[in-house]
Design a binder for this molecule. Structure first.
Ligand code: PLP
Length: 377
């Protein structure tokens, strides 16, 4: 079996799984319990928080563990957005880049119901934010701007430096960055000091399902997401998923330690794959400004689902452009925002790698690409 759907989820790393099992079995006590076992769990929790904070170069008080990035994104765009408006009643606009993940975009209706106007920041044909348009949209009425670091459908890397530059004139605008797809090869981008809120998801970097990370700067006015036992500095109640949190911190450390070599290796793989796809008549949507781990391409005239199935017959697992769109037959909203024709976007597939992808996986994949293309020629 070869797996190229790492942007949907990754296989848990075996060392990370060992950590998970060790913590789940040994440190099972509730971190809020007063006894020694509870205290040991609490220490482990804070160690994990510290580790994540050091990797992101923020303070431990700025790190919150959630159940997913979806939860973290919703936290920023719902209670935090309302709080921001309470502080700045003259501000009632939220800007979302047109290619955000549904866990960002789907907040539009809710925000509008609160009387907040939501506008989209357009992207160009390569998935990059159009800065001239962003410049026009920015003014002192903007509460929040959401821009992802790396797009999940085709891998566009946004120039966060340039966005930060534009935001210099608007210090009160809350900048939210969805960094979920950036951990594999673009982690350093996420350390930009102007970012106010950052969301990550453990299962995208070889931790298990069930843990997200929200980095919320101390300078933000904090608002609880969930009320209850006052865990996570009183803002996100609920007994901590300790084993998964510790495993996530470890997986993040591994991803960051391997970042440089992963980047170079996957870039080489991407170049090879892209070349073969082009030679075979595929259209490529991921250019040089996209992350080395994600390739989005289409074979004109053949539906993406059919291509995914054809790859699967060779025990090779790819996806249509996102896990969210694939089962529900939703349109590929990123490609749509890039003005890709419906004809081409219907045929789009995504090949996504991780630091576990090997040279052997690549040669197998290249062979499958040749066979599948031959089949449809
Ligand atoms: N943001 C992006 C860019 C994603 O790709 C995903 C998952 O596909 C999410 C957010 C949601 O993450 P989670 O599965 O942790 O809710």
């Amino acid at each position: 079996m070869v797996y190229f759907d790492n942007s949907a989820t990754t296989q848990i790393d075996k060392h990370v799984l060992e950590t998970y099992i060790n913590v789940a079995t040994t440190y099972f006590a509730n971190p809020s319990s007063l006894h020694r076992l509870g205290d040991e769990s609490k220490q482990l929790l804070e160690q994990a928080r510290k580790q994540v904070s050091q990797l992101l170069e923020v303070t431990p008080e700025e790190i919150y563990f959630t159940s997913s990035a979806t939860e973290a994104n919703n936290w920023v765009l719902q209670p935090l957005a309302l709080k921001a408006r309470e502080q700045h009643p003259e501000c009632n606009r939220v800007l979302l880049s047109a290619i955000e993940h549904p866990s960002v975009l789907q907040n539009k209706k809710w925000l509008e119901q609160q009387g907040i106007m939501v506008e989209f920041i357009p992207v160009d044909a390569s998935g990059q934010i159009v800065f001239e348009e962003l410049k026009k949209l920015l003014n002192n009425e903007v509460l929040i701007i959401s821009t992802m670091a790396v797009n999940n459908e085709m891998g566009a890397i946004q120039s966060l430096d340039k966005i930060a530059e534009l935001l210099q004139d608007y210090p009160s605008v809350l900048w939210h960055v969805d960094g979920v797809q950036a951990v594999t090869t673009c982690f350093d981008l996420l350390k930009h000091p102007r970012i106010d809120a950052l969301c990550l998801s453990g299962h995208k970097f070889h931790a298990g399902r069930g843990t997200g990370i929200a980095m919320l700067r101390n300078r933000l006015c904090k608002v609880p997401l969930l009320f209850g036992g006052s865990q996570e500095w009183g803002l996100r109640s609920g007994t901590e998923n300790l084993a998964s949190i510790v495993a996530t911190a470890k997986a993040l450390r591994i991803a960051v330690e391997q970042q440089e070599t992963t980047y170079q290796r996957l870039l080489k793989y991407k170049t090879n794959i892209t070349q073969v796809l082009l030679n075979q008549g595929w259209k490529i949507f991921s250019n040089e400004k996209t992350a080395p781990n994600i390739i989005c391409a289409s074979y004109p005239g053949i539906p993406g689902e059919v291509l995914v199935n054809a790859f699967q017959t060779y025990d090779c697992y790819i996806s249509t452009t996102s896990a969210c769109s694939s089962k529900r037959k939703q349109t590929h909203h990123t490609l749509q925002a890039m003005q890709v024709s419906e004809y081409l976007s219907k045929s789009a597939i995504r090949i996504s790698m991780s630091h576990q992808t090997t040279e052997e996986d690549i040669s197998y994949l290249l062979d499958v690409i040749l066979k599948v293309t031959q089949q449809f020629k």
